[in-house]
Design a protein around this ligand. Structure first.
Ligand code: IMP
Ligand code: MG
Length: 215
């Protein structure tokens, strides 16, 4: 079982004014739950764990847009650092797909996959899927069943966050950064109707903001 850093349900978080939060979001957030620095420290370790298991063969890192882009960029920087500072290294190539399943703060049954190279290019490769957050697990299960059709050598999934929720299908990624309470989280590229990607820390969205940015 993947180890992870657990954020407890009664985690009080940190006052917003102890960190730098954009002015335009100050009234929308309750607390900082995971400061940017902690995300980076945990990501560095995930890179080491991933290279230990996958570092023997060409890796294709597949970014699940849009929410995964920050984690993807930072994780790959750490993997690159390992690759360029050790005697053993493997080629690392990247691809990007878009998956959309959310409207407001609710997951929908309709998971759409858009973009990316021909999936057949993943045949025989070690594929690392990089995701921001797993909630029900439906998005990842849909993606995994699509990928299995193109015969990769290995598929691993890393998700920065996994939500503790009764809505979970039971699916767990191979690598997990943090396990988080059942709240709607934003920041570090996680959005609410496209807002809050421009926030460095992971924060809990307040109810007032859910109304304010509703579509
Ligand atoms: P799942 O299919 O229910 O596992 O949902 C996964 C997707 O829903 C993620 O890739 C996110 O895009 C989105 N999502 C789930 N929970 C949150 C959240 O708390 N904040 C922002 N996006 C979320
Ligand atoms: Mg996502």
């Amino acid at each position: 079982m993947a180890s992870y850093l657990q954020i407890a349900d009664d985690e009080k978080g940190h006052e917003l004014d102890l960190f730098c939060v954009p002015r335009h979001y100050e009234n929308d957030l309750d607390k900082v739950i995971i400061p940017h620095g902690l995300i980076m420290d945990r990501t560095e370790r995930l890179a080491r764990d991933i290279m230990r298991d996958m570092g023997g063969h060409h890796i294709v890192a597949l970014c699940v847009l849009k929410g995964g882009y920050k984690f993807f960029a930072d994780l790959l920087d750490y993997i690159k650092a390992l690759n360029q500072n050790s005697d053993k290294s493997v080629p690392l190539t990247v691809d990007f797909i878009r998956v959309k399943s959310y409207c407001n703060d609710k997951s929908t049954n309709n998971v759409k996959v858009i973009g990316g190279d021909e999936l057949s290019s993943l045949s025989g490769k070690n594929v690392l899927i990089v995701e921001d957050i797993v909630e029900t697990g439906r998005t990842m299960q849909t993606l995994l069943s699509l990928l299995s059709e193109c015969n990769p050598k290995m598929v691993k999934v890393v998700s920065l966050l996994v939500k503790r929720t009764p809505r979970s299908s039971g699916y767990r990624p191979d690598y997990i950064g943090f396990e988080v309470p059942d709240a709607f989280l934003v920041g570090y590229a996680l959005d609410y109707n496209e807002y809050f990607r421009d926030l460095s820390h992971i924060c809990i969205l307040n109810d007032q903001a859910k109304e304010k940015y509703k579509v």
